[in-house]
Each structure stands twice: as C-alpha cells, then as structure tokens.
Ligand binder design. Structure first.
Ligand code: SF4
Length: 359
C-alpha cells in the first residue's frame, strides 16, 4: 500500500513546499521560541487532546512555576496538579512529573536524545518521542498523531482506518520514507501546522493549501471521504450524586481522589454512583459508604460532564452534618475561601461556581 501511494509522489518537491510554507506562515507560539527539549516536551503533552488556544496560558504559567525539568521533578505534586487544573486528562501531569524525576535520576537531568531512552520515560509514547526527537534534536523521527494521519491520508490517498491502533504504524513508515533529512523539525511541524490550520477535519481550505499540487485526494475529488475513521464506541453513562456537606462551623467537606484511575489525586465534593433520587435513600447510601451521618436538605442542580469514554450525569444536593471527627484521612472540612488551594476537576469547579451558594 505504501509503495503504491508513494509511486507518483514527488518527495523532494513536497518537502520544499511544506517547509517553505511552514517557515513563512507558522503561528507564533510560546513553545516555538527555541528548541529547548523540556519546553517542547511539556507543550506536546499539554497539546494532546487539547486546543492550542487553551494550552497557551497553561504553558506560560507552567513555565513560570517550573522553568526546568529539575523544578518540575522537585515540585509538590499538588502544585503540579493545581497548575494543570482545568486542562483535563490529569494523568498527563502526573506522568510528566514522574518522568521529570526519571530524567534527574537516570540521565543526570538531561532529556535524552536517543529514541530508546526517551521512550522509557513515563508518559512518552511514540508521538511525543518523535516530536521531541525531531523538533528539539533535529532527528528524522516520525511524530504521527490523528492530525498527521488525516493530512497524509488525504495527500497520499490512504484508506486505512485511522481509529485502528495498527494504522499509526503505516503512517510512521510513510513519514520515515518522506521526512526531510535536512530539516526534520520544520517538516514534522509543517505537517502538524497544516493539519491544524489548513487541512482541518471539516472544510479543509484546499484552495489555499500550499501542498495542493501533491494531494491525491484533491486531485481525485476524495477530500470528503478521507481519512477513513470508524465510529467511536458509545460512551458509558454514569449517574452520580454530589453532596455539598456543611458542618456546624459552616465549613464544607471535600474528598481526595486518592485511588488509582480517573482524576487521581484531585479533590472533589463527596460523590457516589447511584440511580436513587429520594433523599432518605441517598442519605442511607452515603452514610453506609462514607460512615458519616448526613441530612440532605435539597437538590440544587444537575450537571453533565463528558470524558473520552464516560459521561457523568451529576445531581448536586446540599447537606448538613454534625460530625466533629472524620473517620477517614482522605476527607477534610475546609473554609470556602480555602477551596481554591486544592486542584479540582472542571466538573466540580463548575459546581463551586454554580451551586455552592444555593443552600
Ligand atoms: Fe488537505 Fe486539501 Fe491540502 Fe489536500 S489540498 S492536503 S485535502 S487541504
């Protein structure tokens, strides 16, 4: 398939057109200031599943707080999560800090320039490895994500299903074939930039495209059909009750998500999965699960939050408790103005904004 796709393809002219366009039209972004591998690594992790506009202020703040890999390795993990608060996919932040510690312990604080060593670091998959190798270290390594697969599927008329994990390998092989050996950094970034601002998923701007003359999908009128992408699995729906529980001093109860899994190490209002809606039944379930007696006063709202594989439907209640001593270590009462010190997931930040004062 690769040989067929590349048969008519003029690699040299494509490389030239792509890199010329990238060098003149690329957006000014804070991580493009230099080739510092730490900055490039952090930016690539932040950019996974997240838009550039959203990432910019997070990236700048992160670099102020943790300007070097050493600063990140030595930081308080709660401060790292706080700096990531709202960006989502929090395992990225936890892995980044673990990997920063690995860089200090294993490689004397130097981010390795060898693909094998780089891929041993926590959270560095084939894409991030390729991005760091090419952008920071000028090595002709493929950096293939969904964007790059879309662009190349169109340019080379490749109909492999890009939702299948094995398809990435096909595109990696192609990039190894066509990547610029003299400027792999601009080549890979050019492909990424093209996917971000010209060859977009919907309504690509073919008429303004710098590589239109190389594009098989454009020539054959197949732009709308490519890439082939099988339908995503249906997301699992989970219904949870969230309790805003105040004690006799007016403090509010929060809980640390210490268990492994989704949103690990973030804080939240106590929350439990349930389909029940009657207040006495909810009180009973909460008291059984948490060993804290509460009186639920009323329902104050509902909220939906969509993750990659799960949808949370949250029903928020206010409640009171008279307990003085909490039976578990991962929960605590805090003043409302202390809430901002704890990293919360977006859904619970929204609860603070919308429902905390509806008692
Ligand atoms: Fe994408 Fe259109 Fe350019 Fe082809 S011509 S690479 S489909 S924007």
């Amino acid at each position: 398939m690769i040989d067929e796709s590349l048969e008519q393809f003029n690699k040299i002219a494509f490389e030239e057109d792509l890199i010329n366009w990238y060098n003149t039209e690329r957006r000014v972004l804070p991580w493009r200031m230099n080739q510092n591998p730490y900055r490039i690594w952090v930016s690539e992790i932040m950019l996974q599943q997240t838009r550039v506009d959203t990432v910019i202020p997070y990236f700048e703040n992160f670099m102020k707080l943790f300007p070097t890999v050493e600063d990140l390795a030595n930081a308080n993990p709660q401060d790292v999560l706080k700096a990531w608060e709202g960006l989502g996919y929090y395992s990225r932040a936890r892995n980044l800090q673990t990997a920063a510690k690995q860089v200090i312990d294993l490689y004397d604080g130097v981010i390795p320039a060898q693909p094998k060593l780089l891929s041993k670091l926590k959270g560095i998959g084939p894409y991030t490895k390729g991005a760091i190798m090419s952008i920071a270290y000028d090595k002709p390594e493929p950096a293939v994500d969904g964007n790059v697969m879309r662009v190349l599927a169109r340019i080379l008329n490749i109909d492999a299903d890009i939702k299948q994990p094995k398809t990435r390998k096909i595109f990696e092989e192609i990039v190894r074939e066509i990547i610029s050996k003299t400027n792999p950094s601009a080549f890979n970034q050019g492909l990424m930039e093209l996917g971000a601002i010209v060859c977009t998923p919907k309504q690509p701007m073919c008429l303004l495209c710098p590589v239109q003359s190389h594009c098989a999908a454009f020539a054959k009128g197949k732009v709308e059909e490519l890439p082939v992408k099988s339908k995503a699995k249906k997301k699992k729906l989970e219904q949870h009750a969230v309790l805003l529980i105040f004690n006799d001093e007016g403090k509010i109860l929060i809980e640390h998500r210490f268990k492994k899994g989704l949103l690990q190490n973030l804080w939240q209002y106590p929350m439990f999965e349930t389909k029940k809606t009657e207040l006495p039944e909810l009180e009973e379930q909460f008291t059984n699960d948490y060993k804290i007696p509460v009186q639920i006063t009323k329902k104050v709202g509902t909220l939906k939050h969509v993750f990659t594989h799960i949808i949370w439907e949250l029903t928020v209640f206010t409640a009171r408790t008279h307990v003085k001593q909490l039976p578990v270590e991962h929960m605590r009462f805090v003043e409302e103005d202390e809430l901002a010190e704890f990293p919360f997931p977006v859904s619970h930040q929204n609860i603070t904004k919308e429902h905390l004062h509806q008692e």
